[in-house]
Every structure is written in structure tokens, then in C-alpha cells.
Ligand binder design. Structure first.
Ligand code: FAD
Length: 463
């Protein structure tokens, strides 16, 4: 990190430049395990890549910048090894609408795509010209049609095929960037002892408290001028000063497994033939928010078909440690231990089953191969939190977290924008700076206002 040449930096978490990580990725190569989910969002078979962001043009642009980078990595990998598996697969994404017409969010997305000259990459099923263009460009077979169950007029859901979208093999992305970082001299310390953050080492200075390093679980003290906390949904537990800004909540994930011998399903759900599909069901909740947002990705090379439900992201309220700056009834929402993350609340498994019946009919009565809760790091407004922590003097603590369920796609470019903020603070040139700043002036919203009495809490309710 250029201008910081004189300084030592210790980073906890984040894969691109991780120094300390409690997981043994050097041994596992970031391979996800369905038998033993590690609760780490990035270490997963695949994550959706999309640049469709409604009115959030800044994220649309960041996603397109990232797409270019992913495509470059694919090329680099193939140049080295002709048979290398792509890290980014542009298989397209079908945004199936709640009804037979386009939703408002979809109209906003299309308007922003038009504004950036990208409208021709989007194909609206109900639009004759779009369908023709899709066929001409080889996307016609992915413009799939799904009937609305019990519709008296026999209509189908409106849908938009996004040819810019697809998925990333995010665990392989982690392994790739691990190598990149090691090559430029980043030192990695993995494992539950030497890689696991225990606490910050602090000193009192005239401006207040200052971090001068960190201690790991093996008792070692590591001096550093700046400590970076990038520990995903665990970040608040490492640095309780984040407690106002972030909340951990669980997404529900289920898989089916297709055997290679089942040629019909193997081919049908391959990325060559099947797009990512997302769907927001109607009707919505009383507050107008969607309660039925579900997605599926094409099968992996191992045959896994992954389905995710994010209509309701479950919180787990537990007593917060003494001195935590922000709590709700003395509690905060943190990830459940791994052993309690292997089954899904019936609310989400029912929603996934409804989705399966419509979109993956062959699996209607097939038991799930695996299920797990996977933890989001939700922020006040769904934007990342990447900034110096003002409660520490001398810019001694920096945070890079708050992925809010959409961070994996940005893996190749996030570090560069974060490094700009790290080096230049308010003088940084990244257009993301205003969105990622420390923002305790914002009200607690985006679901973070609900607290332990909210409908999503699967942890402890208030006494
Ligand atoms: C269910 C679900 C679905 C998602 N789907 C998508 C999607 O389709 N597309 C997309 O772009 N994004 C998606 N995301 C978001 C994306 O996965 C995250 O934004 C991203 O992976 C966050 O990366 P991270 O490095 O901040 O956190 P993580 O990946 O959680 O990594 C945190 C790291 O910190 C380490 N750590 C934690 N505690 C300690 C400690 N005490 N000491 C040392 N190390 C520690 C962990 O071992 C881990 O390696 C999804 C997230 C979830 C939960």
C-alpha cells in the first residue's frame, strides 16, 4: 500500500490481503465443505455476479469494473493452462418478476442500464424486439418461461434476461488472490491459534485510545501501526465499536446434487444451458417488502445446484458483552455457532420449496442434499463500511466490512478502492468514498432498527 510504506499493517479477515485468519485455508485451499459449514461467506461454491442495481448507479459501475477484471483473470488463467476453470462464468441471469409485468425496481434497473448504454444487454421476455435480439445473439434458449401457478388467465411471469450477469466461483477467487498477495510479500498466518484475533493492543494517547497492534489466540502480540478489521459477519465481535453500524443476519442456503450419470438433468442445469434465476414472489409483506426472494445457480462441476432464500434474513440476538457501545435491550445479533447452522427455519425451507416447485420441477419431491445458514454482514444502508474508525486516535484502526450480501462479485476491485481510502482518506479519488464512510449520523434502518423483538429473530427474545 504505497504511501503507507513506512507503516506496518495487520489485517484480520478479508481474503485479498489477509494476514491473520482463524481458518486453515492454507490446508483447505478455500474449499467449501457442506458437511462442516464454516460460516464464512466467501468460502462458497459460487455467488451471483450482477451489475443490475436499480437506482444505485455507483454500484452498477463498480460491478462492471469488476466484471472486466474477472474476465481478465479468466484469460490470464487460460493463457497459463488451457483447461483452467473460469473464476467468472457469464451464464446470464433471469430476473423473474413477481407478476406478469415489470416491477418498479426492474424498471429502474432498465432505465439505468439505458443511461449507461447497456440496454441492449438486457432482454425483456414480454418485448418482441428484445426476444428477437436475444435469439440473434444466442441467448434465446435462456429466456425461459415459467407459468404463474393457478393464474386464471394462464399467464407466465415477466422476466428479464441479463446477459452481463452470471456467477463467480468465489472460493477459487479467494485462493487466486491468496496467491497474488503472497507473491507481493503479504504474510499469512492461518489457524485457530496463530491466525485467530484475540484483542487489540491499545495505548492511551492525548487524542484518546490508540491501537498499537493485536494479540492472537496463541498469546502472541503483533505490533502494527494500523490494524485492519475485515472479518465479515464476525467484525462486530472483534471490534464492538462497529455495533451501531453492522448486524449479522443469516441467509438460508439449500442444495440438490445431480449425479453425472443423470445426463438429462446434468445438461439441463449446466451453466451452458441454465442461467442464474432470481425471483421475488408476490404477495409482499404488510410493509411492502418482499418476503419471498429466492435464487438458484446452475449446477457446479461437482453437480451441486445451490438455492438461496433471502426474503427474510434471520437475526440471532444474544447478550452483548459489557461495554458494547450500541445494543438493543442489551443484545446484538451475531452468527450462531456452526453446529446450529445446519438446518433451516421452516419459513425459509417452505419458501425454497415453493420456488423449486415452479422453477426446478424435477426436484419438487427430492430431499435437499444439504442446508445451511450463511451469515451476512448487514450495514445501515446495504453499502460497505470502509474507513478509519474515529474512536481510535492516529488512524490506527481501519475497517473493511459490511458486504450486506453483495460483496463477492467485487472481489477483484474492492481492495483497490479500499486501499485508496486507506491511503488518502477524504482525499481519495474513488467514487465509492462517500458511500463507504463511517456514518454514525445515519438512522438505524435496513432492518437493523428491529432488534430482538423483530420478526426475524431466531435467537433470544427480550425478557
Ligand atoms: C447467504 C449469502 C449469499 C450471498 N450471495 C452473494 C451473491 O450472490 N453475490 C455476491 O456478490 N455476494 C454475495 N454474498 C455476500 C458476500 O459473500 C460477502 O459480501 C463477502 O463474501 C464478504 O467477504 P468478507 O471477506 O467481508 O467476509 P467473510 O467472507 O465472512 O470472511 C471473513 C473472514 O474473517 C475471518 N475471521 C473471522 N473472525 C476472525 C478472528 N477472530 N480471527 C481471525 N480471522 C477471523 C474468517 O475466518 C473469514 O475468513 C452473500 C452472502 C451470504 C451470507
Amino acid at each position: 500500500m504505497g504511501n503507507q510504506d513506512e507503516k506496518t499493517v495487520a489485517i484480520v479477515g478479508g481474503h485479498n490481503v489477509t494476514v491473520f485468519d482463524q481458518h486453515q485455508y492454507d490446508k483447505t485451499g478455500y474449499q467449501p465443505s457442506d458437511d462442516n459449514p464454516e460460516l464464512v461467506a466467501s468460502v462458497d461454491h459460487n455467488k451471483i455476479f450482477r451489475a443490475s442495481y436499480g437506482t444505485k448507479l455507483h454500484y452498477q459501475r463498480l460491478a462492471l469494473e469488476s466484471r472486466e477484471a474477472w474476465v481478465g483473470i479468466n484469460k490470464e488463467q487460460r493463457d497459463k493452462d488451457n483447461g483452467a476453470e473460469d473464476l467468472f462464468v457469464p451464464c446470464g441471469m433471469l430476473r423473474v418478476q413477481p407478476t406478469a409485468s415489470l416491477s418498479q425496481l426492474e424498471q429502474e434497473t432498465l432505465a439505468n442500464m439505458t443511461r449507461d448504454g447497456l440496454r441492449d444487454t438486457q432482454f425483456v421476455e414480454g418485448n418482441f424486439e428484445d426476444r428477437e435480439r436475444a435469439t440473434k445473439r444466442g441467448w434465446g434458449s435462456k429466456l425461459l418461461e415459467f407459468s404463474i401457478p393457478d393464474d386464471p388467465d394462464g399467464r407466465s411471469f415477466e422476466a428479464v434476461l441479463d446477459s452481463l450477469a452470471g456467477f463467480t466461483r468465489c472460493h477459487k477467487g479467494c485462493a487466486y488472490f491468496h496467491q497474488v498477495a503472497e507473491k507481493v510479500g503479504v504474510v499469512f498466518k492461518f489457524g485457530p491459534q496463530q491466525g485467530s484475533f484475540d484483542c487489540l493492543i491499545e495505548e492511551q494517547v492525548s487524542g484518546g485510545k490508540k491501537a498499537v497492534g493485536l494479540k492472537t489466540k496463541d498469546g502472541q502480540v503483533h505490533k502494527a501501526d494500523v490494524v485492519v478489521i475485515a472479518a465479515g459477519s464476525f467484525s462486530t465481535q472483534l471490534l464492538p465499536d462497529l455495533s451501531y453500524h453492522l448486524e449479522s443476519s443469516a441467509g438460508s442456503v439449500a442444495t440438490f446434487k445431480i449425479g453425472e450419470t443423470d445426463k438429462q438433468l446434468w445438461d439441463k442445469y449446466s451453466p451452458e444451458r441454465f442461467p442464474v434465476i432470481t425471483w421475488k414472489s408476490a404477495p409482499r409483506g404488510k410493509d411492502g417488502k418482499d418476503t419471498g426472494s429466492v435464487y438458484v445457480l446452475p449446477r457446479t462441476t461437482e453437480g451441486f445446484v445451490k438455492i438461496g432464500y433471502r426474503g427474510l434474513k434471520f437475526t440471532n440476538f444474544r447478550p452483548a458483552p459489557e461495554g458494547t457501545p450500541f445494543t438493543q435491550d442489551g443484545k446484538w445479533s451475531i452468527p450462531l455457532p456452526p453446529s446450529e447452522c445446519k438446518s433451516l427455519p421452516s419459513f425459509s425451507s417452505d419458501a425454497i420449496r415453493e420456488f423449486v416447485a415452479i422453477f426446478l420441477p424435477e426436484f419438487k419431491d427430492v430431499p435437499f442434499y444439504s442446508t445451511k445458514l450463511c451469515w451476512y454482514t448487514d450495514s445501515l444502508d446495504n453499502s460497505f463500511l470502509i474507513d478509519y474508525v474515529p474512536t481510535y486516535a492516529d488512524r490506527s484502526v481501519f475497517v473493511c466490512t459490511g458486504g450486506s450480501g453483495h460483496g463477492a462479485k467485487f472481489m477483484p476491485v474492492l481492495g483497490e478502492h479500499a486501499a485508496d481510502v486507506f491511503e488518502n482518506g477524504d482525499e481519495s479519488i474513488t467514487p465509492m468514498r462517500p458511500f463507504w464512510r463511517w456514518r454514525e449520523d445515519l438512522p438505524r434502518r435496513n432492518g437493523l432498527q428491529e432488534g430482538p423483538d423483530g420478526p426475524r429473530n431466531i435467537g433470544e427474545k427480550a425478557a
